[in-house]
Design a protein around this ligand. Structure first.
Ligand SMILES: Cc1cc2nc3c(=O)[nH]c(=O)nc-3n(C[C@H](O)[C@H](O)[C@H](O)COP(=O)(O)OP(=O)(O)OC[C@H]3O[C@@H](n4cnc5c(N)ncnc54)[C@H](O)[C@@H]3O)c2cc1C
Ligand SMILES: NC(=O)c1ccc[n+]([C@@H]2O[C@H](COP(=O)([O-])OP(=O)(O)OC[C@H]3O[C@@H](n4cnc5c(N)ncnc54)[C@H](O)[C@@H]3O)[C@@H](O)[C@H]2O)c1
Length: 476
């Protein structure tokens, strides 16, 4: 039996970083994953293919250029799945190669196969050719990720009724599509297919979507998606999805029936702990396959750690990587700094959304006094150059300490821009830093200064009232 200081189950972002961190500390590490899944869900079926598809859709449809060249502008008429599939395959293959190379150059042993716990230190790896081997891990990291939740009431066929893994292999762009679940996955794919010209209906059992985001930004996103012919059915639950010779029928609890060529069922994901038989190691898993951990990412069994999507929220690639690194450092007694609580969220809808810190709703509920500063892309020279008139950046500033409490961005490059605000917030910066800073021109980053000036102008107006003790309405 081969012995390792660390055995990692899963080669997604969490597993990769755990294994490399251990190797960099001089330990012998191995990563187990199925041969076709090197790089995890992230590279093969999740983040990377979906973000590549989005980029291909934006380019081929010419959507982001239509403000400049007119509504009829297209780079290519009749976009086919083949047009986008080749770009996805190119990027996925490249990224798999990068991961494989990083692991091997750090002397991490890659073992293809499915891992199953035999006991708390022993793992059986069953290879695709039917052979199996046993490994001993002094420490073990479970980074097994998640898979789409697939209820029995839905007859998935991989062609017309698909989950978010299968959507990548449909053979044509459907004329109509029902998206079940307005979570991040549902909204990102709804945006992409709507941009391709598919008539999309989104069904969501909650009264709204993406409730953790700023209300104003979600309103703006809904407006944009409606203008791409997306229909929303909120507060409606899908009971059943039927397959008929002429298409699919999505049956709602309210009695409504929605016909469509394709149904994307994207109503949540569950942890992949069943095949792993975590019980044999003494690690409990919830009925959604999730594993509980302490602040060091240790499970109930001290030498077994769990990181990434398998431990649940926030289930993001960037967080998964950081959790993996931290678990390995803890396992091998390497000091590690405090995990910051300023983690950005990026949603690659069309247009994209990103934020860091708290929302207006949260601050109001917490009775934190704050002021809002807004910059609209249509007033930025870079916005005009790019043809983005709808984008906006909003900063939330503490009314007394003047610290930044939140940054919310909607529009081109939102997921990049947010990091400026994250850095200022991480360093405890105030709105005055942004007021005094000089930004490159013409840039979207300039929106920070515009928003900061807007916030301090409002704060000054409040201060003036208190200084004079006289209330004078602002001129119309
Ligand atoms: C459609 C989609 C889009 C997404 N977009 C984004 C995005 O834009 N930004 C973002 O930050 N996040 C995004 N995510 C989430 C992101 O992909 C995950 O947070 C990330 O992949 C989690 O990494 P992980 O290491 O925990 O596991 P995963 O990437 O899920 O990898 C787990 C690996 O473990 C392997 N495994 C499981 N069980 C076993 C076993 N018994 N034996 C051997 N191997 C096993 C699996 O084969 C898999 O390869 C998206 C997810 C989806 C589905
Ligand atoms: N850009 C990103 O960072 C990104 C992109 C995609 C996915 N992800 C990650 O993947 C995870 C999973 O995403 P998801 O969208 O599958 O799950 P989710 O759990 O976030 O969303 C599922 C949605 O489906 C709804 N729903 C459930 N059952 C329903 C029914 N029968 N009828 C109608 N609506 C129903 C739920 O109310 C929920 O809003 C996310 O938590 C996220 O962290 C991140």
């Amino acid at each position: 039996m081969d012995s390792f200081d660390l055995v990692v189950i899963g080669s997604g972002p969490a597993g990769q970083k755990a294994a490399i961190a251990a190797a960099k500390l001089g330990h012998r590490a191995a990563v187990v994953d199925r041969g076709h899944m090197m790089g995890g869900v992230c590279i093969n079926t999740g983040t990377i293919p979906s973000k590549t598809l989005r980029e291909a859709v934006l380019y081929l449809t010419g959507l982001s250029q239509r403000e400049l060249y007119g509504e009829a502008y297209r780079v290519k008429e009749d976009i086919t799945i083949g047009d986008v599939a080749s770009r996805i395959a190119h990027v996925v293959n490249r990224e798999v190669d990068v991961v494989r190379n990083q692991l091997t150059r750090n002397h991490v042993v890659v073992l293809p196969g499915t891992a199953t716990f035999v006991d708390p230190h022993t793992i059986r790896v069953a290879a695709a050719d039917g052979t199996s081997r046993l490994l001993r891990g002094e420490k073990i990291v479970i980074a097994a990720g998640t898979k789409p939740a697939r209820p029995d009431s839905v007859d998935f066929d991989g062609e017309t009724i698909v989950d978010s893994d299968q959507i990548l292999s449909i053979d044509k762009v459907p004329a109509s599509m029902v998206v079940v679940g307005a979570g991040v996955i549902g909204i990102e794919y709804a945006s992409m297919f709507a941009a391709l010209g598919t008539k999309v209906t989104v069904v969501e059992s909650r009264a709204t979507m993406l409730p953790f985001c700023d209300d104003e930004i979600i309103e703006a996103l809904k407006y944009h998606l409606r203008s791409l012919a997306v229909t929303f059915r909120f507060s409606e639950t899908v009971l059943e999805v039927q397959k008929h010779p002429a298409g699919t029928l999505t049956v709602l609890q309210s009695g409504k029936k929605i016909p469509a060529d394709t149904v994307l069922y994207s109503a949540g994901r569950q942890g992949v702990t069943d095949e792993l038989n975590v019980q044999a190691a003494g690690v409990p898993a919830s009925n959604r396959g999730k594993v509980e951990v302490n602040e060091n990412f240790q499970t109930e069994v001290e030498h077994i750690y769990a990181v990434g999507d398998v431990i649940g929220f926030p289930a993001l690639a960037a967080t998964a990587m950081e959790q993996g690194r931290r678990a390995a450092y803890h396992a091998f007694d390497e000091p590690v700094g405090k995990l910051g609580d300023l983690q950005p969220i990026g949603i690659y809808s069309i247009p994209e959304i990103s934020f860091v810190g708290r929302t207006e709703g949260q601050l109001t509920a917490e009775r934190v006094p704050f002021e809002v500063g807004v910059a609209r892309y249509r007033e930025l020279a870079r916005g005009a150059i790019l043809g983005d008139s709808y984008g906006m950046l909003k900063i939330l500033v503490h009314a007394e300490s003047r610290e930044l409490l939140g940054v919310h961005v909607f529009g081109t490059n939102a997921t990049e821009l947010v990091h400026i605000g994250q850095t200022v917030m991480g360093c405890g910066g105030t709105v005055d830093y942004l007021v005094d800073a000089v930004f490159n021109y013409p840039t979207l980053a300039e929106s920070y200064k515009v928003a900061a000036l807007d916030a301090v102008n409002k704060m000054r107006a409040i201060a003036k009232v208190t200084q004079t003790g006289v209330y004078r309405p602002l001129p119309e």
